[in-house]
Structures are given as structure tokens and as C-alpha cells.
Design a protein around this ligand. Structure first.
Ligand SMILES: COc1nc(N)nc2c1ncn2[C@H]1C[C@H](O)[C@@H](COP(=O)(O)OP(=O)(O)OP(=O)(O)O)O1
Length: 173
């Protein structure tokens, strides 16, 4: 089994324009995942719930305020030579206030569902985003090589209910 001693929670919000089949992504301008398109999200503040953090990060990184938010997935990302995994809680937003605007961390851009820039995204995204776009829920485990590109092993399952957190004792990798 892959050696994981602990995990740290993160949020990730994908905003969809369902009638026009478009997804809002942001080009990350700094930090972890720089120069990749991704949803909007990040770490939790000390007193926040995961969903509160998801709302705050979406606002801080894109200046839009979610009117609805649905939890659709949970991904556990681990990397060679790092015993702390990232537990990423994935949410979908379909209604919001405001206009997506560039911030110091992200440059928002809409993409057609048929033209998602997977080559400029995390390698795992082409696995679970299609499930999400079919309105299904999922749990994934992805173990990355140290180069943070190659996936050494993975498990991805559709589920009826997304658990509140990843139980490390139930890992499949
Ligand atoms: C490894 O694969 C990943 N794929 C995807 N799609 N997203 C990922 C992956 N690993 C991490 N993420 C997401 C989770 C978060 O939304 C961000 C990382 O958060 P960040 O480090 O930017 O957290 P912030 O709190 O915004 O950081 P600052 O303290 O710099 O503001 O990536």
C-alpha cells in the first residue's frame, strides 16, 4: 500500500453554464499548479467548514459568489516521497452572482465541454471531469510520480453519496 501518514483538506469548485455546455476554469498564476487550468479552490482557514472554504475560495479567486453548491466528488492525491496526501472536495456551482474576473491568483476563462484544455491541466482531470459533466458523483485516488505529471496508480469509482471525508483506512491503492 502507498505510504500515506496524513491528509490535508482542500476545496475545488467547478462552475458550469449548463444550458450552453460551458465550464469556467482559471489559469493558475502562482503557487501549486501554476500555469495549469483548474477549478477554483484551496486550503481551509482554521475555523471554516469545507463548504464555507469552497465559497470563500471561489469568491477570492474569481470574484463570483455561488448561489448554489453541490458536492460531487472527493479525490485523494498523493505524491511519491510525500507522506501527506491532498484530500480535495469537489463542488459544482450552476448559479452565481457577479462576473468572473481576473485576480492575483487566477485568470478565469470559459470553455466548451467539447474543448476542455486537458493538456494544460492536472493529469487526473481528464478522468473525473467527464464523470462530473454527466451529473455523476465520484471518489478517486491518484498516486503521482515525483514529477507531479505521471499517474503511477489510480482508482476512480462512481458513487451515489460522496462521503464527508476520505477514510484513510479504506484506501484501495
Ligand atoms: C494533483 O491533482 C490535482 N488536480 C486538480 N484538478 N486539482 C488539484 C490537484 N491537486 C491539488 N488541486 C487543487 C486543490 C486546490 O483547489 C488547489 C491547490 O490549492 P492552493 O495551494 O492554491 O491553496 P490556496 O489556499 O489557494 O493557496 P494560497 O495559500 O497560495 O492562497 O489545487
Amino acid at each position: 500500500m502507498i505510504p500515506i501518514q496524513n491528509k490535508k483538506p482542500f476545496t475545488l469548485v467547478l462552475t458550469l453554464d449548463e444550458p450552453h455546455r460551458k465550464i469556467l476554469l482559471g489559469m493558475k498564476k502562482r503557487g501549486f499548479g501554476m500555469n495549469k487550468y483548474n477549478g477554483f479552490g484551496g486550503k481551509l482557514e482554521p475555523t471554516e467548514t469545507v463548504e464555507e472554504a469552497a465559497h470563500r475560495e471561489l469568491w477570492e479567486e474569481s470574484t463570483i459568489s455561488a448561489r448554489n453548491m453541490k458536492k460531487v466528488g472527493l479525490n485523494l492525491f498523493s505524491f511519491e516521497n510525500n507522506p501527506v496526501a491532498m484530500e480535495v472536495h469537489v463542488y459544482v456551482v450552476t448559479e452565481y452572482d457577479g462576473t468572473p474576473t481576473e485576480t492575483e491568483e487566477m485568470r478565469p476563462e470559459w470553455f466548451s465541454y467539447d474543448d476542455i484544455p486537458y493538456d494544460d491541466m492536472w493529469t487526473d482531470d481528464r478522468q473525473w471531469i467527464p464523470i462530473m459533466l454527466k451529473n455523476k458523483k465520484f471518489i478517486g485516488e491518484f498516486y503521482f510520480a515525483e514529477d507531479q505529471k505521471r499517474i503511477i496508480s489510480q482508482v476512480l469509482e462512481e458513487v451515489d453519496v460522496v462521503p464527508a471525508e476520505f477514510d484513510l483506512s479504506q484506501r484501495k491503492l
